[in-house]
Design a binder for this molecule. Structure first.
Ligand code: TYM
Length: 348
């Protein structure tokens, strides 16, 4: 069956949004609006899979949900032409996640590296939700029968699992799917969109660790709400090595910190690492860092200012989420009616 082309992606409202979230995800969400119908979600139900002390409790969850929504809009997502909403307002996500909990196998979920990392050594104490997280993520995507999902590289394994779940559902229920008039499988096998120099942004303190919300050092990341001085200072202090920048991309390979900074420049400037090295290769890091700081401030400061303006009016943000939820809810309800018929749940 030919599926309607549709983009879906999500960001968790936990901690601060950082440059990795922007370059790996949100900036690309903005670009895809030109070619696809897009649905962008603030995944508040995923946020509560870690201990309350980590996600911060109800007031913090509300604040962070509004902040991610503000970031979407400030970066250039149009909530009128496309759909912006928070996950918990559309019940179909949780409903389909339950069905997928019964389709996915323990072994599949047990292999997920994000679960292993987040659960750490004390697996017995991890929430059931953390383990089932990827089934909910598959439900997010497939309740909208999305065909394309832009994400950073760290989400690749979850997207492979989403395809496995879709495939197993299509196989397990093949007869019922055909009997209900859906030809060639009910769920699409979603294509990940993981491309460009921004797909894996690393810590500014250690080029072998990914930039993350949970890193104890604030100097390891650039937050979307950082002011110009903070951004410049973090870039100046970013770890580097004593050598000059290479002129060819191959020269970056054994140098993770240099590779990361060149990648950040390329992603911010919408160019390639090779082009950046043509301009800065052979030069000193100090010169390059000054140029990078200027570029980062020029690109990020307007976003921070717009986020500040938007978050000052929470009622407006809540209205955006309400409108988006109604529209996303209509799509999800249609999928869930079909899923219930396929599975054999009686409905009226
Ligand atoms: P989350 O909230 O951790 O991150 C949001 C997006 O930012 C990307 N990202 C990065 N990209 C490049 N470099 C980095 N250092 C970096 N850090 C984060 C992530 O890859 C992601 O695209 N499970 C998802 C949220 C989710 C979702 C979905 C995504 C839930 N349901 C359905 C897509 C479709 C997550 O935890 O993202």
């Amino acid at each position: 069956m030919a599926f309607k082309q549709r983009v879906f992606s999500g960001v968790q409202p936990t901690g601060n949004l950082h440059l990795g979230n922007y370059l790996g995800a949100i900036k690309r969400f903005v670009e895809l609006q030109q070619t696809y119908d897009c649905i962008y979600c603030v995944v508040d139900m995923h946020a509560i899979t870690v201990p309350v002390s980590v996600w911060g409790g109800p007031a913090e969850l509300r604040r962070a949900t509004r902040e991610v929504t503000a970031a979407y809009i400030a970066c250039g997502i149009d909530p009128n032409k496309h759909i912006v909403f928070n996950q918990s307002q559309v019940a179909g996500h949780a409903e389909l996640a339950w069905v997928f909990n019964c389709v996915a196998r323990m072994g599949w979920l047990g292999r997920m590296t994000q679960f292993k990392e987040k659960a750490g050594k004390d697996r017995e104490n991890a929430s059931v939700g953390l383990f089932a997280y990827p089934a909910l993520m598959a439900a997010d995507i497939l309740v909208h029968r999305a065909t394309h999902v832009p994400v950073g590289e760290d989400q690749k394994q979850h997207l492979e699992l989403t395809r496995d779940i879709a495939q197993k559902f299509n196989n397990d229920f093949a007869e019922s799917i055909a009997a209900n008039g859906h030809e060639g499988g009910f769920f699409p096998l979603t294509e990940p969109i993981i491309q460009g120099p921004g797909m894996r942004i690393m810590s500014l303190r250690d080029g072998t660790k990914k930039m993350s919300k949970s890193d104890a050092s604030d100097n390891s990341r650039i937050n979307l709400t950082d002011d110009a001085d903070t951004i410049a200072q973090k870039i100046r202090r970013a770890k580097t090595d004593p050598d000059a920048l290479p002129s060819e991309e191959a020269g970056l390979e054994p140098r993770p910190e240099a590779d990361n900074l060149v990648g950040i420049y390329a992603a911010l400037a919408d160019t390639t690492k090779a082009e950046v090295l043509k301009q800065f290769g052979g030069g000193q890091f100090s010169t390059f860092k000054t140029a990078l700081a200027d570029l980062a401030v020029a690109k990020l400061s307007p976003i921070a200012a717009e986020m500040k303006r938007l978050t000052a009016d929470p009622a407006h943000i809540d209205a955006v989420l309400a409108g988006g939820s109604d529209r996303a809810g209509a799509i999800a309800a249609e999928t869930m009616n079909a899923v219930k018929d396929i599975v054999g749940f009686i409905r009226h």
